[in-house]
Unconditional design. Structure first.
Length: 309
């Protein structure tokens, strides 16, 4: 088994009723929990590394941990750079052995985003690495705007078609109403499925990506709050909405917040129930198990990716 690109994973998922889970990793326990779940479910798997993870754990440590996961589990794993902010970081990750990179030029004007994305695509493709880009802007955790205002930053379908044609990008992250963090909606959950359908209709062969797609499972939010946490009113994307999105070209679903909530909830509970304990293995072990259970739930009940590896 080996590091693989996302190309074959997405080819199998395209026009099917499932998506590949892309899970953010920061340390050994998170990686172990995720890969154990993927192995148990025989599911395709993307492990992705953000700027925050690179700063916290250092790229070399994360790469070696993922290499160990491949050796230990026998899985084919795609190692992906999440939200690469410029050409240089994408180039470094390609050179370091990542098999997929994301260049996020969504903050730039349309033409600048195209130019930056094309530069990364040309370099990465020459090395056999796949590239994800983003068009449209996702909201942050503090945003509080109505649907009409929010739609101004959503992905424009016609621009998506032009963007893909001019850049040659392998997959495209689209903005249809998801957001990063644990507070994704201030009112009723809303995703613009008509926009998603139109995008998929215009670029039917391009895998689409949902960022900010954690469902913020109530059991973990409640557990955090029960044991001293302060995250009231957290709300994610309903599971049925994620499943619906897989019908319209969404082949990759990014999940990070749910990992953090599962891990933190279990650690908070362990500390409350074992106040004299200070061995990290005693509380990180249960936290790893919580991640495994949560990821298995995602694979089976949200992504529909069991037995798709």
């Amino acid at each position: 088994m080996a590091f693989v690109t996302s190309r074959e994973m997405f080819a199998r998922a395209m026009n099917s009723d499932y998506a590949v889970g892309a899970f953010n990793v920061n340390n050994m326990e998170i990686i172990q929990g995720i890969v154990d779940a993927a192995k148990a479910e025989q599911a395709p798997l993307i492990l992705q590394v953000s700027a925050g993870a690179r700063k916290y754990a250092k790229p070399t440590y994360l790469i070696k941990l993922v290499e160990a996961a491949v050796e230990d589990t026998g899985l084919d794993i795609c190692l992906h750079l999440d939200h690469g902010e410029d050409f240089d970081i994408c180039k470094k990750c390609v050179d370091d052995g990542f098999t997929s990179v994301m260049i996020d030029g969504s903050k730039y004007p349309f033409e600048e985003n195209i130019a930056l994305t094309k530069q990364v695509v040309e370099y990465a493709h020459a090395k056999g690495v796949t590239v994800e880009a983003e068009l449209g802007r996702l909201a942050g955790i503090e945003d509080n705007i109505n649907v009409d205002a929010r739609s101004a930053s959503f992905t424009v379908p016609e621009e998506a078609a032009e963007f893909v044609a001019r850049t040659g990008v392998d997959s495209l992250a689209v903005a249809i109403g998801t957001s990063h963090g644990a507070y994704k909606f201030k009112g009723e959950p809303y995703l613009d499925f008509e926009r998603l359908k139109k995008i998929h209709q215009l670029i039917p062969d391009t895998p689409l990506v949902l960022h900010g797609a954690s469902t913020v499972l109530p059991e973990f939010v409640n557990l955090c709050n029960e044991y001293g946490g302060e995250i009231p009113g957290a709300q994610g994307v309903p599971e049925e909405m994620i499943r619906e999105a897989t019908k319209y070209g969404v082949c990759k679903v990014n999940i990070d917040t749910d990992l953090r909530l599962a891990m933190t909830a279990e650690i908070r509970r362990y500390f409350a129930e074992h106040p004299a304990e200070f061995d990290p293995r005693k509380y990180l072990g249960p936290a790893r198990d919580a991640i495994r259970r949560m990821v298995q739930h995602k694979i089976k009940n949200v992504l529909g990716a069991s037995n798709k590896a």
